[in-house]
Design a protein around this ligand. Structure first.
Ligand code: OAD
Length: 247
C-alpha cells in the first residue's frame, strides 16, 4: 500500500523544490574556461577591458571579439554528466536552476527552468533598446549589425556595473527552497553570491566544488568536494533515493 507521503505527491502534485545555483565550474568539464584560478579567463583579459559598459564605449570591437570567441566555444561544447544528472531530478522534484553561466548547456541537457543571472551568449540585444533581443545561435556579432530600429547590437550579457534583471526572481526561488545546491562557483561575484542568504536556515545546502569556497557559518551545509561530473550524479542519486525510500 502506498504511504501517505507518496499518495500526497501523486494526487496533490506536491513535490519538494530544489534550487540549484551554478557557476563556471559545472561547464569546466565540457571544455569551457572558468574565470578565476589557473587557466581562468580573467588571467588573460581584464574585466574592465571586455566586460563593462566602459569597455563597450571605449573599444566595442574588442568586446565583440571577446564574446564572439566565447559564443563559438560554447556552441562547440556539449553538456557533461553533471548537467545531464540535474535533469533526472525533475522526475521527483520541482527543479529551478539559477546559473551565472552564459552558455546554454543546462537547456541543452534538458533542464526545463533555467534563470540566467548574467545573460546568454546566444542572444544579441540592441544597445539602445534593451527589450529588443534576438536569438543568434552561434553567429558572431559584428560592428554594423543593428537592431530593427537601427542601433548597434551588443551581446545580451550582464556586464560588471549593470543591473541583474533576474535577481529578484532568483531571490524568491532561493527563499522558497526545500533543498539548495551550489555547484562550481567561487561565490565571489554579487549579487549571485548573496542568494544563499535568502535560503531558510533549516534548508539543507549542498556545496559541490573541488575547492569549497569560504562561506559564512551557515547551518545545514554539506560540503561535497570534487568535480561536478563525479559528485553531481552521486548527489542526484542520493536525492532520488530519499524520495523512493519514503514511498
Ligand atoms: P569562477 O571562475 O570564479 O569559479 C569557478 C569555480 O568552479 C571555482 O570555485 C572552481 O573551484 C570550480 N571548479 C573548477 N572546476 C570544476 C569542476 N570540474 N567541477 C566543479 N567545480 C569546478 O566562476 P564563477 O563563480 O561562475 O560574470 O564566476 C562568477 C562570475 O564571475 C561569472 O558569471 C562571470 C565572472 O566574472 C560575468 O562575467 C558578469
Amino acid at each position: 500500500m502506498p504511504c501517505i507521503i507518496c499518495t500526497t505527491t501523486t494526487n496533490l502534485g506536491y513535490m519538494k523544490r530544489i534550487v540549484i545555483l551554478t557557476g563556471a565550474g559545472i561547464s569546466a568539464e565540457s571544455g569551457i574556461a572558468t574565470f578565476r584560478g589557473s587557466g581562468g579567463l580573467w588571467n588573460n583579459y581584464r574585466i574592465e577591458d571586455v566586460a563593462s559598459p566602459n569597455a563597450w564605449r571605449r573599444n566595442p570591437r574588442l568586446v565583440l571579439a571577446f564574446y564572439n570567441q566565447r559564443r563559438a566555444d560554447a556552441a562547440k561544447a556539449q553538456p557533461n554528466a553533471a548537467h545531464k544528472a540535474l535533469c533526472e531530478l525533475e522526475t521527483h522534484y520541482q527543479v529551478h536552476v539559477i546559473t551565472q553561466n552564459v552558455d546554454d548547456l543546462h537547456e541543452r541537457a534538458g533542464t526545463t527552468d533555467v534563470w540566467h543571472l548574467h545573460g546568454k551568449l546566444r542572444e544579441a540585444r540592441s544597445s539602445d533598446y534593451p527589450n529588443l533581443i534576438y536569438d543568434i545561435g552561434a553567429k558572431p556579432i559584428n560592428l554594423g549589425d543593428v537592431c530593427s530600429k537601427g542601433s548597434q547590437l551588443r551581446p545580451n550579457i550582464v556586464w560588471f556595473g549593470e543591473e541583474v534583471p533576474a535577481i529578484s526572481r532568483a531571490a524568491s526561488l532561493s527563499a522558497a527552497a526545500d533543498i539548495f545546491v551550489v555547484i562550481g562557483t567561487s561565490m565571489q561575484v554579487y549579487p549571485a553570491a548573496s542568494l544563499i542568504n535568502y535560503v531558510p536556515i533549516t534548508t539543507p545546502k549542498y556545496i559541490i566544488d573541488p575547492h569549497i569556497p569560504n562561506l559564512p557559518a551557515f547551518r545545514n551545509i554539506h560540503a561535497m568536494q570534487g568535480k561536478a561530473s563525479v559528485i553531481v550524479p552521486q548527489l542526484v542519486q542520493q536525492l532520488l533515493d530519499a524520495v523512493q525510500k519514503k514511498s
